[in-house]
Ligand binder design. Structure first.
Ligand code: SF4
Ligand code: SF4
Length: 118
């Protein structure tokens, strides 16, 4: 497992998470930050400080945000250069492990506002 940064970070990038990571595996791209899944030790220190609730353990991601796990990994596989395509909506659902698993109703709401993964 690993932690993943998702759509809520896009065009926010306040970097609060960077200071929390003990293994320095969070890196900035052009429009969002990414977590290196091969280095993350799953400590969870980054998750509660994110003002966008954009960070979650991969296993906790709602379906609409699961593509961000691959996106985080792809960023590092590409030499920390790949970024979301321009024009991706910054409006994004939040994820939080402090909340219980989303209900079917909340997942439908997330689906309406989630940025399509292309
Ligand atoms: S704390 Fe959240 S919004 Fe800020 S840079 Fe990290 S993931 Fe992005
Ligand atoms: S879970 Fe821990 S190791 Fe992984 S990115 Fe967050 S702070 Fe870094």
């Amino acid at each position: 497992m690993t932690y993943v940064i998702t759509a809520g970070c896009i065009d926010v990038m306040d970097r609060s998470c960077l200071e929390q990571c003990p293994v320095d595996c969070i890196k900035p791209g052009t429009r969002m930050l990414y977590i290196d899944p091969d280095v993350c030790i799953d400590c969870g220190a980054c998750e509660p400080v994110c003002p966008q609730e954009a960070i979650a353990m991969d296993a906790m991601l709602p379906e609409e945000l699961r593509g961000y796990a691959d996106m985080n990994a792809a960023f590092f596989a590409a030499g920390a250069k790949a970024d979301p395509p321009r024009g991706r909506r910054a409006t994004a659902p939040r994820v939080s492990q402090r909340r219980p698993a989303p209900s079917a109703v909340s997942l439908r709401r997330l689906a309406r506002v989630a940025a399509p993964l292309r």
